[in-house]
Ligand binder design. Structure first.
Ligand code: SF4
Length: 343
Protein backbone atom coordinates (compact mmCIF):
# COMPACT_ATOMS: atom_id res chain seq x y z
CA UNK A 1 0.00 0.00 0.00
CA UNK A 2 1.41 3.41 -0.90
CA UNK A 3 2.26 5.84 1.83
CA UNK A 4 -0.70 8.07 1.16
CA UNK A 5 -3.23 5.37 0.64
CA UNK A 6 -5.51 4.33 3.42
CA UNK A 7 -8.31 1.93 2.72
CA UNK A 8 -11.47 1.77 4.69
CA UNK A 9 -13.16 -1.59 4.74
CA UNK A 10 -15.28 -0.17 7.50
CA UNK A 11 -17.34 1.72 4.98
CA UNK A 12 -18.37 -1.46 3.28
CA UNK A 13 -18.71 -3.49 6.45
CA UNK A 14 -20.44 -0.82 8.51
CA UNK A 15 -17.71 -1.14 11.11
CA UNK A 16 -16.87 2.53 11.01
CA UNK A 17 -16.29 3.83 14.54
CA UNK A 18 -19.20 6.24 14.95
CA UNK A 19 -19.11 6.06 18.72
CA UNK A 20 -19.22 9.84 19.22
CA UNK A 21 -22.08 12.15 18.18
CA UNK A 22 -19.65 14.44 16.36
CA UNK A 23 -18.38 11.51 14.29
CA UNK A 24 -21.91 10.45 13.43
CA UNK A 25 -22.67 14.00 12.33
CA UNK A 26 -19.54 14.14 10.20
CA UNK A 27 -20.27 10.74 8.67
CA UNK A 28 -23.74 11.87 7.68
CA UNK A 29 -23.20 15.52 6.75
CA UNK A 30 -19.77 15.39 5.17
CA UNK A 31 -18.89 11.83 4.24
CA UNK A 32 -22.46 11.07 3.20
CA UNK A 33 -22.30 7.48 4.42
CA UNK A 34 -25.29 5.47 3.30
CA UNK A 35 -26.64 8.12 0.95
CA UNK A 36 -26.98 7.44 -2.78
CA UNK A 37 -24.20 9.03 -4.80
CA UNK A 38 -25.02 11.18 -7.84
CA UNK A 39 -24.27 9.70 -11.25
CA UNK A 40 -20.77 10.27 -12.53
CA UNK A 41 -20.80 12.21 -15.77
CA UNK A 42 -17.62 11.97 -17.85
CA UNK A 43 -19.35 14.07 -20.52
CA UNK A 44 -19.61 16.96 -18.07
CA UNK A 45 -15.89 16.68 -17.25
CA UNK A 46 -15.20 16.74 -21.00
CA UNK A 47 -17.42 19.80 -21.33
CA UNK A 48 -15.60 21.61 -18.51
CA UNK A 49 -12.26 20.99 -20.19
CA UNK A 50 -13.65 21.96 -23.62
CA UNK A 51 -14.95 25.25 -22.23
CA UNK A 52 -11.58 26.02 -20.70
CA UNK A 53 -9.77 25.23 -23.95
CA UNK A 54 -12.27 27.28 -25.98
CA UNK A 55 -11.91 30.25 -23.62
CA UNK A 56 -8.12 30.09 -23.85
CA UNK A 57 -8.26 29.80 -27.64
CA UNK A 58 -10.00 33.19 -27.71
CA UNK A 59 -6.84 34.85 -26.38
CA UNK A 60 -4.47 32.52 -28.18
CA UNK A 61 -1.87 35.00 -29.51
CA UNK A 62 -1.66 37.11 -26.37
CA UNK A 63 -1.62 33.94 -24.28
CA UNK A 64 1.44 32.64 -26.13
CA UNK A 65 3.30 35.90 -25.57
CA UNK A 66 2.38 36.07 -21.89
CA UNK A 67 3.28 32.41 -21.35
CA UNK A 68 6.65 32.69 -23.05
CA UNK A 69 7.48 35.74 -20.90
CA UNK A 70 6.39 33.99 -17.69
CA UNK A 71 8.62 31.86 -15.50
CA UNK A 72 8.82 28.32 -16.85
CA UNK A 73 7.20 29.37 -20.12
CA UNK A 74 3.67 28.89 -18.79
CA UNK A 75 1.02 30.79 -16.88
CA UNK A 76 0.49 29.20 -13.51
CA UNK A 77 -3.04 29.39 -12.09
CA UNK A 78 -3.29 28.64 -8.37
CA UNK A 79 -5.85 29.43 -5.71
CA UNK A 80 -3.70 32.42 -4.70
CA UNK A 81 -3.55 33.77 -8.25
CA UNK A 82 -7.33 33.49 -8.50
CA UNK A 83 -7.77 35.26 -5.18
CA UNK A 84 -5.75 38.18 -6.58
CA UNK A 85 -8.35 38.65 -9.31
CA UNK A 86 -9.71 41.25 -6.87
CA UNK A 87 -7.11 43.83 -7.95
CA UNK A 88 -4.49 44.10 -10.70
CA UNK A 89 -2.07 45.83 -8.34
CA UNK A 90 -2.25 42.94 -5.91
CA UNK A 91 -1.76 40.43 -8.70
CA UNK A 92 1.32 42.28 -9.81
CA UNK A 93 2.79 42.97 -6.35
CA UNK A 94 1.68 40.52 -3.69
CA UNK A 95 3.42 40.83 -0.33
CA UNK A 96 6.02 38.11 0.10
CA UNK A 97 4.93 35.28 2.36
CA UNK A 98 5.80 35.92 6.00
CA UNK A 99 5.76 33.39 8.79
CA UNK A 100 3.40 34.18 11.63
CA UNK A 101 1.87 32.36 14.55
CA UNK A 102 -1.35 31.69 12.60
CA UNK A 103 0.48 30.52 9.46
CA UNK A 104 2.84 28.26 11.43
CA UNK A 105 -0.07 26.81 13.39
CA UNK A 106 -1.91 26.07 10.13
CA UNK A 107 1.13 24.50 8.46
CA UNK A 108 1.97 22.34 11.48
CA UNK A 109 -1.63 21.23 11.91
CA UNK A 110 -1.86 20.17 8.27
CA UNK A 111 1.39 18.25 8.61
CA UNK A 112 0.27 16.64 11.86
CA UNK A 113 -3.05 15.53 10.38
CA UNK A 114 -1.21 14.13 7.36
CA UNK A 115 1.33 12.30 9.51
CA UNK A 116 -1.36 10.97 11.81
CA UNK A 117 -3.35 9.75 8.84
CA UNK A 118 -0.40 7.83 7.44
CA UNK A 119 0.36 6.34 10.86
CA UNK A 120 -3.29 5.34 11.40
CA UNK A 121 -3.34 7.07 14.80
CA UNK A 122 -0.78 4.67 16.22
CA UNK A 123 0.71 7.28 18.56
CA UNK A 124 -0.48 10.04 20.89
CA UNK A 125 -1.29 13.43 19.32
CA UNK A 126 1.48 15.07 21.35
CA UNK A 127 4.03 12.56 20.02
CA UNK A 128 2.84 13.06 16.43
CA UNK A 129 3.09 16.84 16.78
CA UNK A 130 6.51 16.48 18.41
CA UNK A 131 7.81 14.53 15.40
CA UNK A 132 6.31 16.97 12.91
CA UNK A 133 7.84 19.88 14.80
CA UNK A 134 11.23 18.19 14.90
CA UNK A 135 11.13 17.47 11.17
CA UNK A 136 10.14 21.04 10.26
CA UNK A 137 12.59 22.65 12.69
CA UNK A 138 15.50 20.73 11.20
CA UNK A 139 14.53 20.97 7.53
CA UNK A 140 16.35 24.22 6.64
CA UNK A 141 17.64 25.78 9.87
CA UNK A 142 20.35 27.75 8.03
CA UNK A 143 17.86 29.57 5.81
CA UNK A 144 16.78 32.80 7.57
CA UNK A 145 13.52 32.84 5.56
CA UNK A 146 12.55 29.28 6.46
CA UNK A 147 9.89 27.98 8.79
CA UNK A 148 12.69 26.03 10.48
CA UNK A 149 14.43 29.23 11.49
CA UNK A 150 11.15 30.84 12.60
CA UNK A 151 10.35 27.85 14.82
CA UNK A 152 13.87 27.67 16.23
CA UNK A 153 13.82 31.38 17.07
CA UNK A 154 10.69 31.09 19.20
CA UNK A 155 11.26 31.43 22.96
CA UNK A 156 10.88 28.04 24.62
CA UNK A 157 7.59 28.93 26.33
CA UNK A 158 6.06 30.16 23.04
CA UNK A 159 7.26 27.06 21.22
CA UNK A 160 5.60 24.86 23.83
CA UNK A 161 2.42 26.94 23.60
CA UNK A 162 2.33 26.53 19.81
CA UNK A 163 2.94 22.77 20.08
CA UNK A 164 0.09 22.58 22.61
CA UNK A 165 -2.25 24.46 20.29
CA UNK A 166 -1.45 22.15 17.37
CA UNK A 167 -1.81 19.10 19.62
CA UNK A 168 -5.22 20.37 20.72
CA UNK A 169 -6.30 20.75 17.10
CA UNK A 170 -5.14 17.22 16.27
CA UNK A 171 -7.03 15.88 19.30
CA UNK A 172 -10.14 17.71 18.07
CA UNK A 173 -9.68 16.35 14.55
CA UNK A 174 -9.47 12.79 15.87
CA UNK A 175 -12.60 13.27 17.94
CA UNK A 176 -14.66 14.42 14.99
CA UNK A 177 -13.24 12.29 12.19
CA UNK A 178 -13.93 8.58 12.42
CA UNK A 179 -10.78 6.53 11.92
CA UNK A 180 -10.74 5.14 8.40
CA UNK A 181 -9.11 1.70 8.64
CA UNK A 182 -7.65 -0.19 5.67
CA UNK A 183 -10.17 -1.70 3.29
CA UNK A 184 -11.89 0.07 0.48
CA UNK A 185 -11.33 3.84 0.31
CA UNK A 186 -8.14 5.56 -0.76
CA UNK A 187 -7.16 8.77 0.97
CA UNK A 188 -4.87 11.08 -0.96
CA UNK A 189 -3.42 13.48 1.58
CA UNK A 190 -1.77 16.70 0.38
CA UNK A 191 -1.15 15.25 -3.06
CA UNK A 192 -0.40 17.95 -5.70
CA UNK A 193 -2.77 18.04 -8.66
CA UNK A 194 -1.82 19.64 -11.95
CA UNK A 195 -3.84 20.18 -15.11
CA UNK A 196 -2.20 21.37 -18.32
CA UNK A 197 -4.23 23.39 -20.80
CA UNK A 198 -3.61 25.16 -24.10
CA UNK A 199 -0.80 22.79 -24.99
CA UNK A 200 0.92 23.34 -21.63
CA UNK A 201 0.94 27.15 -21.87
CA UNK A 202 -1.46 27.25 -18.91
CA UNK A 203 -1.07 25.04 -15.84
CA UNK A 204 -3.71 24.81 -13.11
CA UNK A 205 -2.11 23.65 -9.89
CA UNK A 206 -3.29 22.95 -6.36
CA UNK A 207 -2.72 20.72 -3.37
CA UNK A 208 -6.06 19.56 -1.94
CA UNK A 209 -5.67 18.61 1.70
CA UNK A 210 -7.65 15.42 1.47
CA UNK A 211 -9.24 13.52 -1.41
CA UNK A 212 -11.18 10.38 -0.46
CA UNK A 213 -11.85 7.99 -3.31
CA UNK A 214 -14.11 4.94 -3.02
CA UNK A 215 -13.71 2.13 -5.53
CA UNK A 216 -16.05 2.26 -8.48
CA UNK A 217 -18.79 -0.29 -8.12
CA UNK A 218 -21.21 1.37 -10.51
CA UNK A 219 -21.63 4.57 -12.51
CA UNK A 220 -21.83 6.75 -9.39
CA UNK A 221 -19.46 9.58 -8.44
CA UNK A 222 -17.34 8.41 -5.50
CA UNK A 223 -14.77 11.11 -4.79
CA UNK A 224 -14.90 13.56 -1.89
CA UNK A 225 -12.63 16.64 -1.81
CA UNK A 226 -11.88 18.19 1.60
CA UNK A 227 -10.04 21.41 2.42
CA UNK A 228 -8.89 21.79 6.03
CA UNK A 229 -8.87 25.24 7.62
CA UNK A 230 -7.39 26.21 10.95
CA UNK A 231 -7.92 29.97 10.70
CA UNK A 232 -10.98 32.18 10.89
CA UNK A 233 -13.66 31.13 8.38
CA UNK A 234 -13.85 33.38 5.32
CA UNK A 235 -16.94 32.01 3.66
CA UNK A 236 -16.61 33.29 0.09
CA UNK A 237 -12.84 32.96 -0.04
CA UNK A 238 -12.93 29.42 1.35
CA UNK A 239 -15.69 28.41 -1.06
CA UNK A 240 -13.75 29.72 -4.07
CA UNK A 241 -10.64 27.78 -3.04
CA UNK A 242 -12.54 24.59 -2.50
CA UNK A 243 -14.41 24.81 -5.81
CA UNK A 244 -11.10 25.31 -7.61
CA UNK A 245 -9.84 22.10 -6.02
CA UNK A 246 -13.05 20.28 -6.99
CA UNK A 247 -12.58 21.40 -10.59
CA UNK A 248 -8.90 20.39 -10.54
CA UNK A 249 -9.70 16.93 -9.19
CA UNK A 250 -12.47 16.44 -11.78
CA UNK A 251 -10.22 17.49 -14.67
CA UNK A 252 -7.23 15.47 -13.48
CA UNK A 253 -9.16 12.28 -12.74
CA UNK A 254 -11.73 12.59 -15.53
CA UNK A 255 -14.41 11.87 -12.91
CA UNK A 256 -16.61 14.16 -10.88
CA UNK A 257 -16.41 14.48 -7.10
CA UNK A 258 -19.80 13.80 -5.55
CA UNK A 259 -19.16 16.45 -2.93
CA UNK A 260 -16.60 18.95 -1.70
CA UNK A 261 -16.26 20.43 1.75
CA UNK A 262 -14.28 22.86 3.88
CA UNK A 263 -13.60 21.38 7.30
CA UNK A 264 -12.89 23.97 10.01
CA UNK A 265 -10.55 22.14 12.36
CA UNK A 266 -10.83 24.65 15.21
CA UNK A 267 -14.63 24.45 15.17
CA UNK A 268 -14.94 20.78 14.22
CA UNK A 269 -17.54 21.54 11.57
CA UNK A 270 -17.80 21.37 7.80
CA UNK A 271 -19.30 23.53 5.07
CA UNK A 272 -20.42 21.11 2.40
CA UNK A 273 -21.40 21.51 -1.26
CA UNK A 274 -22.79 18.63 -3.24
CA UNK A 275 -22.10 18.15 -6.94
CA UNK A 276 -23.76 20.72 -9.17
CA UNK A 277 -22.72 21.33 -12.77
CA UNK A 278 -23.50 25.05 -12.42
CA UNK A 279 -21.00 25.43 -9.59
CA UNK A 280 -18.21 23.89 -11.65
CA UNK A 281 -19.15 25.99 -14.67
CA UNK A 282 -18.88 29.16 -12.58
CA UNK A 283 -15.44 28.01 -11.46
CA UNK A 284 -14.41 27.45 -15.08
CA UNK A 285 -15.41 31.06 -15.73
CA UNK A 286 -13.34 32.21 -12.77
CA UNK A 287 -10.29 30.32 -14.03
CA UNK A 288 -10.68 31.92 -17.46
CA UNK A 289 -10.99 35.34 -15.82
CA UNK A 290 -7.80 34.59 -13.90
CA UNK A 291 -5.91 33.66 -17.07
CA UNK A 292 -7.28 36.75 -18.85
CA UNK A 293 -5.95 38.91 -16.01
CA UNK A 294 -2.51 37.28 -16.15
CA UNK A 295 -2.41 37.76 -19.93
CA UNK A 296 -3.49 41.39 -19.64
CA UNK A 297 -0.98 42.15 -16.91
CA UNK A 298 1.90 40.65 -18.86
CA UNK A 299 2.42 43.93 -20.71
CA UNK A 300 -0.11 46.38 -19.24
CA UNK A 301 1.34 49.81 -18.43
CA UNK A 302 0.88 50.93 -14.86
CA UNK A 303 -1.80 53.49 -15.75
CA UNK A 304 -4.02 50.77 -17.25
CA UNK A 305 -4.19 48.66 -14.10
CA UNK A 306 -7.66 48.15 -12.65
CA UNK A 307 -7.36 48.78 -8.94
CA UNK A 308 -9.95 47.91 -6.36
CA UNK A 309 -9.41 48.32 -2.66
CA UNK A 310 -10.69 46.02 0.03
CA UNK A 311 -9.69 43.76 2.86
CA UNK A 312 -7.15 42.11 0.55
CA UNK A 313 -5.01 45.29 0.45
CA UNK A 314 -3.36 43.97 3.60
CA UNK A 315 -1.72 41.28 1.45
CA UNK A 316 -0.55 43.70 -1.25
CA UNK A 317 2.96 45.18 -1.32
CA UNK A 318 1.51 48.55 -2.43
CA UNK A 319 -0.70 48.94 0.62
CA UNK A 320 1.23 51.77 2.29
CA UNK A 321 1.34 54.07 -0.73
CA UNK A 322 -1.80 53.14 -2.66
CA UNK A 323 -4.44 55.88 -2.99
CA UNK A 324 -7.14 53.39 -3.97
CA UNK A 325 -6.49 51.44 -0.81
CA UNK A 326 -6.63 54.61 1.28
CA UNK A 327 -9.94 55.56 -0.30
CA UNK A 328 -11.32 52.08 0.35
CA UNK A 329 -10.33 52.41 3.99
CA UNK A 330 -12.07 55.82 4.19
CA UNK A 331 -15.25 54.39 2.68
CA UNK A 332 -15.09 51.42 5.00
CA UNK A 333 -14.73 53.71 8.01
CA UNK A 334 -17.71 55.81 6.87
CA UNK A 335 -19.87 52.73 6.46
CA UNK A 336 -19.10 51.45 9.94
CA UNK A 337 -21.91 52.02 12.42
CA UNK A 338 -21.11 54.54 15.14
CA UNK A 339 -19.06 53.04 17.91
CA UNK A 340 -17.56 50.33 15.66
CA UNK A 341 -14.44 52.21 14.63
CA UNK A 342 -12.17 51.18 17.45
CA UNK A 343 -8.88 49.40 16.76
S1 SF4 B 1 -3.16 48.28 -2.06
FE1 SF4 B 1 -5.20 47.44 -2.53
S2 SF4 B 1 -6.07 48.76 -4.10
FE2 SF4 B 1 -3.89 49.20 -3.98
S3 SF4 B 1 -2.99 47.93 -5.58
FE3 SF4 B 1 -2.89 46.77 -3.67
S4 SF4 B 1 -4.76 45.53 -3.58
FE4 SF4 B 1 -5.05 47.10 -5.15
Amino acid sequence: MSKDTVATAALATGALALDLPARRRLAEDLLGWGLPRPADDPALVGDLRARLEAGLAEVDGALSEAASAARGGRLLVTKSALERLACDGWQRDPKPYAHSWANARGTLTHLAVEQDWHEARADTPAAVVGRVWQAEASRRPGDPASLSRWLNDLPAADAQCLRDEVTGLLVGFREVWPPLPPGSVQAHVERPVEVRLAGGRVVLRGVPDLVLVSPRRDDRARTLVVDLKTGRPRAQHDRHELRFYALLVALAAGRLPFRWATFYVTEGRAEVESLRAETLLVTVRRVLDGVAQLVRLADAPEEDLRLRGGAWCHYCAREDTCETAAEARRQQALSQPSGMLGP
